[in-house]
Design a binder for this molecule. Structure first.
Ligand SMILES: C[S@@+](CC[C@H](N)C(=O)[O-])C[C@H]1O[C@@H](n2cnc3c(N)ncnc32)[C@H](O)[C@@H]1O
Length: 362
């Protein structure tokens, strides 16, 4: 049975997350620093392949309401949730399509294509289809971000997973229980470290990561070679622009990479200004703090709130109650009184300043 037929993603929900490494503003800045005149995200066309519930894409659509954002995923349940959230947050610039990549027909090329958490989790023919799609559907100066697990660091992790799987099969226990058992007989400190690292990820992430039905770690060199075979050019790491190599990955035991690629015929010139180096204005706490509609929806549904850098902020339930009260109708003083009732342990003023500094308030 091919992985496309095996709808593993419907059986366990993938935790909704936003990804700083696939923040198209950062990706564009990296491309510009490398000399490619990449489009600005506002007003651009953005596609996310394997978008899940659309948490990342909706966060982009919320930041650039003039951008046309399209999400693609084969999971009916994930697309249903994504569409419902887009509608309730009033994000009419986000559109979601329930389809396999192989069936998806694009109406126009994209300035940004995101494939985060996709490459290592699909069969080889889908990986090839992904590169083929990117090669044919990027605008001339567009960029694509591709994350994947790196074989160098996964060898030792997979050895632990194999042992845990043997315990699961013998004892009819789940992955978390098997790891807890394995922990009691760990042979080395390194094995203990890996087990604790897996346990810390929790069951939901493990089901789609270390214990995923398909987890195919590749080397950077092999990914770049596949990209080049499809008319693409590798730029570098999607956040730093650094160009690593397999030797350093082997030495460092690298487990994950997120890389930026573009069309091979894209024209590179002198390095352009990196917008990220511009000084940022100091953040003031507004007199009447207000979450925008998307972040309010995230708070109401206890989803992580994306910050200004696309990092996921997770709050406790009492903190969420305070956030939900931030609809712009209450002053800082009224909110501090409310916080005393619903979140008595919260040090409200520094916490509110922190929330503002993370760019969560409109
Ligand atoms: C590991 S999840 C990643 C979700 C999200 N991009 C993230 O990184 O948080 C992989 C997603 O790819 C989707 N997927 C897998 N194969 C696909 C295919 N051939 N076409 C479209 N979506 C696919 C799955 O349904 C799942 O939602």
């Amino acid at each position: 049975m091919g992985f496309e037929e095996y709808d593993a993603w419907s059986s366990a929900d993938y935790p909704p997350m936003s990804h700083p490494s696939a923040d198209v503003a950062v990706n564009a800045a990296v491309a510009r620093a490398a000399g490619l005149d990449a489009p600005q995200p506002a007003g651009s066309r953005i596609l996310e392949i394997g978008c899940g519930e659309g948490h990342h894409l909706l966060s982009l659509a919320n930041r650039w309401t003039g951008a046309c954002c399209v999400g693609l995923d084969l999971s009916a349940k994930a697309i249903h949730r994504a569409r419902s959230r887009a509608m309730r947050a009033g994000l009419g610039n986000a559109r979601f399509c329930e389809a396999r990549l192989s069936e998806f027909e694009s109406d126009a090329p994209y300035d940004f294509i995101i494939a985060h958490g996709f490459f290592s989790w699909v069969a080889d023919e889908v990986k090839v289809g992904l590169m083929d799609f990117i090669g044919k559907n990027l605008t001339l100066n567009g960029t694509a971000v591709l994350s994947f697990n790196v074989a160098a660091g996964w060898k030792e992790r997979m050895a632990v997973v194999e042992k845990a799987r043997a315990i699961m099969a013998a004892g009819e226990v789940d992955a978390m229980e098997a790891l807890a058992i394995l922990r009691t007989v760990a042979g080395t400190d390194r094995e203990l470290y890996l087990i604790d690292d897996m346990l810390a990820k929790g069951a939901a992430v493990l089901a789609h990561d270390d214990f995923a039905p398909m987890m195919d770690a590749w080397s950077l060199g092999a990914v770049v070679k596949l990209a080049e075979a499809h008319g693409l050019r590798w730029i570098g790491d999607s956040v730093s622009g650094a160009r690593g190599d397999d030797r350093s990955d082997n030495a460092a035991g690298t487990t994950f990479r997120s890389e930026l690629i573009c069309r091979a015929d894209a024209v590179f010139g002198e390095a352009l200004e990196d917008d990220r180096r511009r000084p940022k204005a100091a953040v003031r706490v507004p007199n009447f703090p207000k979450l925008d509609a998307w972040r309010m929806l995230c708070a109401r549904e206890a989803l992580p709130l994306p910050d200004a850098d696309m990092k996921s902020c997770v709050f406790t339930f009492p903190q969420l109650k305070v956030l939900i009260a931030m609809d712009g109708s209450r002053s800082v003083y009224e909110l501090s009184r409310h916080a005393k009732e619903v979140a008595p342990d919260l040090d409200f003023v520094p916490w509110l300043r922190h929330v503002a500094e993370r760019g969560l308030l409109g």
